[in-house]
Design a protein around this ligand. Structure first.
Ligand code: NI
Length: 156
């Protein structure tokens, strides 16, 4: 395992669309392990592969209930709305209020290629949406509510 550098704002790779994972092999496991180590080292609750420079549709989420590995994730349903402060390891010290669904269901493959469905509410729903956005080159700053004080010093 290795801690990888997190790509930060200004790098054009953060705007790129990630490609689906097709091979569920040792390289994928290595990527997942490096991502986990990097996420925990930086005290994040989510990380997308693009944030360490790998344009593959791989996301990790851990909101304190254990690590979830999402490969080729898709949001299959969403309901309600929440408007909460959000940040991102790629935008250190920047926060803003985004509008996200209150509840989402996500379909994703695990490291063995099996499809699973995950439900997220509150912080977990925000993390799922935020990380899946990264796979399409979208960052939270693209989703700030208009009345949000951009780059506000909000407590998260
Ligand atoms: Ni992020």
């Amino acid at each position: 395992m290795a801690i990888r550098n997190i790509i930060t704002k200004g790098d054009p790779i953060l705007k790129k669309k990630s490609r689906p994972v097709e091979k569920f092999d040792d390289r994928l496991v290595q990527l997942l392990e490096d991502m986990a180590e990097t996420m925990y080292k930086n005290e994040g609750c989510g990380l997308a592969a693009v944030q360490i420079g790998v344009l593959r549709r791989v996301v990790l989420v851990d909101v304190g209930e254990g690590l979830i590995e999402l490969i080729n994730p898709e949001i299959i349903s969403q309901e309600g709305e929440q408007n909460e402060a959000e940040g991102c390891l790629s935008f250190p010290d920047e926060y803003g209020v985004t509008s996200r669904p209150a509840v989402v269901k996500v379909k994703a493959q695990n490291r063995d290629g099996q499809w699973c469905v995950y439900k997220g509410e509150e912080l977990k729903a925000r993390c799922f949406c935020h990380e899946i956005d990264h796979l399409d080159g979208v960052v939270f700053k693209d989703r700030l509510k208009e009345d949000s004080d951009k780059i506000a010093d909000l407590e998260v």
